[in-house]
Design a protein around this ligand. Structure first.
Ligand code: NAD
Ligand code: UDX
Length: 487
């Protein structure tokens, strides 16, 4: 098989950046150029003080070692395409039917520029059979003596642990056509990974299996979270403890302990998008029952977020109008600055629509990003108005001063280790704490005096809250009716 000496990666985002930086680190004999149309992003990757465009533990160490040696970041997409033997397409693929438009654009770019044969690798998560469309575009536009072999090589890294996941992947999946040329291309890419990944972890399959496996893996993972979150609703009504339930079922080796943490809902750029992708695929295969099954995973997640906001309102004696709520965490999970589809956005939007005041703190997310996300979530509300009701705090302590309730929206480890005694003193009483991540030590905080409303609370407390919300529910309805009458 042909030896790969030059790699180009189109798309310098959360996947293209870390993935190809690690390839460069592990393969010093390969020149890796990561390109993007977004100049600001490339400038950040090239910044002299390593202020990289994404926050990912361990990433700057990798970039420090490889950048300028055999790792380059550039906006000159065409040049990088021209000189590479292997090209990763790692562009964003937003949902909806036009989701592959960036892939298509990058593919056309490759077809127009290439004057020698290329292996084109689909790294982005795409609907099944996208490789087929890519091949059609490439072949229809190729120059004489230019061969294109297409591979699917989906990425399984999770944000926050990307470097660790890339150093020691559970598996690397490569899909190719089962023709001699397809298999040769597959071998060429396998050899790149074999520089640090054990051979038995490099799986080679057909193109369509590879594409579908990526959607399937994310759907199965998200389905576990929606299942545990559905059970958490039952726990809250019955007084069972969801952490205990998760622990008990996770001991079954067939179920396993990972990814069973009940939460305020999953976020991130992948789960919802990829499941909807699977839903569209099922629909286009005329499988409405299958589509409905997977759609329910997303709907359960929406329900979980709604249920959480409602619980805050119900617990705070039916109204949060004019009350101040601290939201700890804005990223969609810990150890990332990424906010795409973060549950915190939905919660704050809900709180604002109930006319609460919100203090938000996140250790990584840029302030400008928070304003952008909140504006996007409520497009009809002027940003001025949002800024009057939301304050971005510079520490958790500052965010919690004088508030009526604290909501933990992201599982940042530092929130576990806050000086909760001190926080308690500065809050209004009763000091409600809604642990959307089952992060804090419930017993310890209850002893301090917090009224902990999580899903892992003691059975007696759960029952008490249940009674409270039943009573207040009817009051709330009465208030609604009253409001309607006044109108
Ligand atoms: P991203 O938005 O962070 O990065 C994509 C980049 O591609 C952007 O910087 C954009 O400017 C650039 N781009 C788009 N079209 C281009 C073109 N024609 N030429 C050059 N650059 C172009 O997205 P991401 O999070 O890195 O995701 C990329 C893909 O990987 C998606 O398909 C996603 O589903 C998949 N994926 C993401 C994750 C994750 O954790 N984020 C994990 C696995 C797979
Ligand atoms: C996911 C997949 O895990 C990864 O393999 C794929 O390549 C991209 O999509 P990511 O979205 O980065 O990765 O993070 P992940 O760790 O999967 O978390 C997704 C969301 O689920 C987060 O909001 C997280 O907080 C939430 N989550 C995760 C739970 O609520 N409970 C859990 O038990 C695990």
């Amino acid at each position: 098989s042909p030896k790969v000496t030059k790699i180009c990666c189109i798309g310098a985002g959360y996947v293209g950046g870390p993935t190809c930086a690690v390839i460069a680190l592990k393969c010093p004999h390969i020149k890796v150029t990561i390109v993007d149309l977004n100049k600001a992003r490339i400038d950040a990757w090239n910044s002299p003080d390593f202020k990289l465009p994404i926050y990912e533990p361990g990433l700057d160490e990798v970039v420090r070692q490889a950048r300028g040696r055999n790792l380059f970041f550039s906006t000159d997409v065409d040049k990088a395409i021209e000189e590479a033997e292997l090209i990763f397409v790692s562009v964003n693929t937003p949902t909806k039917k036009s989701g592959v438009r960036y892939v298509e654009r990058a593919t056309r770019n490759i077809a127009n520029i290439a004057t020698s044969s290329k292996i084109v690798v689909e790294k982005s998560t795409v609907p099944c059979r996208t490789a087929e469309s890519m091949r059609t575009i490439l072949e229809a536009n190729s120059k004489p003596n230019c061969r294109f072999d297409i591979l699917s090589n989906p990425e399984f890294l999770a944000e926050g642990t990307a470097i660790q996941d890339l150093f020691k992947p559970d598996r690397v999946l490569i899909g190719s056509l089962q023709t001699p040329e397809g298999i040769r291309a597959c071998e060429a890419l396998s050899e790149v990974y074999a520089n640090w990944v054990p051979k038995d972890r490099i799986l080679t399959v057909g193109l369509w299996s590879s594409e579908l496996s990526k959607l399937a893996a994310n759907a199965m993972l998200a389905q576990r979270i929606s299942s545990i979150n559905a059970l958490s609703a039952i726990c809250e009504s019955t007084g069972a403890n969801i952490d205990e339930v998760a622990h008990a079922i996770g001991y079954d080796t067939r179920i396993g302990p990972k990814f069973l943490k009940a939460s305020v809902g999953f976020g991130g750029s992948c789960f919802q998008k990829d499941i909807l992708n699977l839903v569209y695929l099922s629909e286009s295969c005329h499988l409405p029952e299958v589509a409905a099954y997977w759609r329910q995973v997303v709907e359960m997640n929406e329900y979980q977020k709604r249920r959480f906001s409602k619980r805050v309102v119900d617990t705070l004696f039916n109204t949060i109008t004019g009350k101040r709520i601290a939201v700890l965490g804005f990223a969609f999970k810990a150890d990332t600055g990424d906010t795409r589809e973060s549950a915190a956005i939905t919660l704050i939007k809900d709180f604002l629509s109930e006319r609460a005041l919100v203090n938000v703190f996140d250790p990584q997310v840029e302030h400008s990003q928070i304003w952008m996300d909140l504006q996007e979530a409520s497009p009809l509300v002027p940003l001025d108005h949002i800024k009057k009701h939301v304050t971005i705090a510079s520490s958790a302590l500052e965010a919690c001063k004088g508030v009526d309730a604290i909501v933990i929206a992201t599982e940042w480890k530092e929130f576990k280790e806050l000086d909760w005694e001190q926080l308690y003193k500065t809050m209004n009483k009763p000091a409600f704490l809604f642990d959307g991540r089952l992060l804090v030590d419930a017993q310890k905080l209850t002893q301090i005096g917090f009224k902990l409303i999580g899903t892992a609370i003691a059975a007696s407390l759960a029952t008490a809250t249940l009674l409270v919300s039943h009573n207040t529910l009817s009051k709330r309805q009465r208030r609604k009716h009253l409001e309607e009458d006044i109108k």
